[in-house]
Design a protein around this ligand. Structure first.
Ligand SMILES: [Zn+2]
Length: 213
């Protein structure tokens, strides 16, 4: 048994992934670190979101959720493009034969609808035993250096491209020091730009040790 408490789940969502609304049979456990703005908690997740969430812990469960959505968007870009290429009316007015159209509706259009709904799925507010958890603005965008990003994940991607940083290492640093010290994480990532894997691991360990002092 896990000691990490499961969030409250509305009755009508009791089999839904908190990230994407698909049927869920697993839990994603978010462990609280020194700068995490919420306690350790577990949320229901489908197997795909669980895998993605583990790769993008970031600085809070909300940041993690946005990164999962970004990842889903990348994975299902082709499915989502179907909806960009076609509107429902346009499809109805198209001159496709019944067979072609039925085939499309059964497969491609369905895949578009599923992908769209997963990305739009709003989840539900987090609460533990009836006590709502304040998102402290973490659910909104992330502002740094006068620029507003959709999420801290988007900011990490942006600066990683800008400075050719290792995005995973940078994200790990942000997870450890918290998004409030994003600048510090960015500086650390920049001075270790050419560091070997082993060195990066050492840096992460040192940062973590510093925090627990
Ligand atoms: Zn999911």
């Amino acid at each position: 048994m896990s000691a990490i408490p499961l969030i409250d789940i509305p009755f009508d969502k009791r089999h839904s992934c908190w990230f994407c609304g698909e049927p869920s049979y697993q839990h994603f456990e978010y462990i609280q670190h020194a700068h995490t703005p919420h306690p350790s908690l577990a949320v229901p997740a489908c197997s795909e979101c669980l895998r993605l969430a583990k790769q993008h812990t970031l600085s809070s469960i909300w940041d993690c959720r946005m990164a999962v959505k970004d990842a889903l968007m990348r994975i299902y870009a082709k499915h989502l493009a179907i909806g960009i290429n076609w509107t429902e009316e346009e499809l109805a007015e198209s001159e496709f034969s019944c067979k072609v159209f039925e085939g499309f509706k059964k497969s491609a259009w369905m895949m578009y609808l599923i992908a769209r709904d997963r990305i739009n799925a709003p989840g539900w507010p987090l609460a533990l035993e009836g006590e709502e958890i304040d998102d402290q603005g973490y659910n909104a965008g992330f502002e740094f250096d006068g620029v507003t990003f959709n999420s801290v994940h988007a900011a990490i991607q942006y600066y990683s491209t800008q400075f050719t940083l290792d995005p995973q290492f940078f994200a790990e640093l942000v997870r450890l020091v918290g998004r409030v010290r994003f600048n510090y994480a960015l500086r650390l990532a920049r001075i270790h730009i050419a560091a070997a894997k082993e060195m990066k691991r050492q840096v992460l360990q040192d940062v973590e040790a510093d925090l627990t002092l």
